[in-house]
Design a protein around this ligand. Structure first.
Ligand SMILES: Cc1ncc(C[n+]2csc(CCOP(=O)(O)OP(=O)(O)O)c2C)c(N)n1
Ligand SMILES: [Mg+2]
Length: 293
């Protein structure tokens, strides 16, 4: 197992990693001419904290039995997962150039058969969460005999929560007292073509999860200190599953993409690509300055 990164520079290092991943996701999606770039930017910081700080994993042995598991229930954000897995060493960075190409190992939604580190195929919204509940139930140590119980993390879209199957899964997770399960809601307020609250209202989301018996936390999904604290706090629950409602911005990091419904399917033009690269590279350079300074 890789040692976690420690020390004062840790948050800067995580942030730098996330900017680097944004650049890769932008290049990958633009080259492929297909993908969900703005959605990737919404959850990239969450994935960076999970894979570089929180989860017990071993990229050299992706099927290590004691590993923590991650399920990307909002499977359309697979671009964010690919750049994170590659940066973490699950597969070579060179694979990213094949994203969504002919005979690629990196298709437009997660495929556990072709990509090391992917636990479950997703893409049809409203399914991944039920699978994660099943995984956590299977791994749960009912007799409290083992020191290490693998933890299951699952990332859900907020629009995805309009699928009823999620609430059946939430009920079961609480009933089984799955303290080894953490759901994260990518609460960007947008779904396909509109705002969630104008499509099917979700609020008060926190009260809903609480009433389903989940330990419920909120955080800023782009603030690394806040994210780390939320994950640490969530792990203290001993008889409840936990949910972190992470307030995010769809398109976060590229001004003209942020919070725009039009960026659900759009791919940048050459001009937009250059502008987006400039913005990301500026932030990347700033972060690197912090680390070196
Ligand atoms: C069952 C199902 N219905 C429709 C879709 C098409 N679809 C892909 S992304 C998306 C919007 C999801 O919104 P949200 O969960 O908020 O994710 P975000 O767009 O914010 O990343 C939809 C409807 C799908 N993948 N699965
Ligand atoms: Mg959303």
């Amino acid at each position: 197992m890789d040692a976690p990164i420690h020390g004062d520079k840790e948050l800067y290092q995580l942030q730098t990693q996330a900017w680097q991943s944004r650049l890769r996701a932008l290049e990958m999606g633009t080259r492929a001419g297909i993908g969900h770039i703005a959605h990737d930017f919404s959850c990239l910081d969450i994935l960076t904290v999970l894979y570089f700080k929180i989860m017990r994993i071993n990229p050299e042995n992706p099927s290590w039995e004691e590993r923590d598991r991650f399920v990307l229930s909002k499977g359309h954000s697979v671009g964010a997962l690919y750049v994170t897995l590659a940066a973490r060493g699950f597969f070579p960075l060179s694979w990213l150039a094949t994203y969504q190409g002919f005979n690629t190992r990196l298709p437009g939604h997660p495929d556990r058969k072709t990509v090391p580190g992917i636990e479950h195929n997703t893409g049809a919204l409203g399914h991944g969460f039920s699978v994660a509940v099943g995984m956590a139930a299977g791994l749960y140590d009912h007799n409290r005999k083992n020191n290490i119980v693998p933890h299951v993390y699952v990332l859900l879209g907020d629009g995805e929560l309009q699928e009823g199957s999620n609430w059946e899964a939430a009920m079961l997770g609480a009933h089984l007292q799955l303290s080894n399960l953490t759901a994260i809601v990518d609460r960007n307020g947008l779904q396909q073509g509109n705002f969630t609250e104008e499509t099917v209202r979700l609020e008060s989301l926190r009260a809903k999860w609480e009433s389903f018996g989940w330990a419920t936390l909120g955080c800023n999904g782009h603030d690394f200190a806040d994210l780390v604290q939320a994950f640490n706090e969530s792990s203290t629950s001993d008889n409840q599953p936990q949910v972190i409602i992470a307030k995010t911005i769809k398109g976060c990091g590229v001004g003209f993409m942020e919070n725009q419904t039009s960026w659900h399917h759009r791919i940048p033009t050459q001009e937009e690509f250059s502008e987006a690269c400039k913005e990301i590279k500026k932030n990347l350079a700033l972060q690197k300055g912090f680390i070196n300074g």
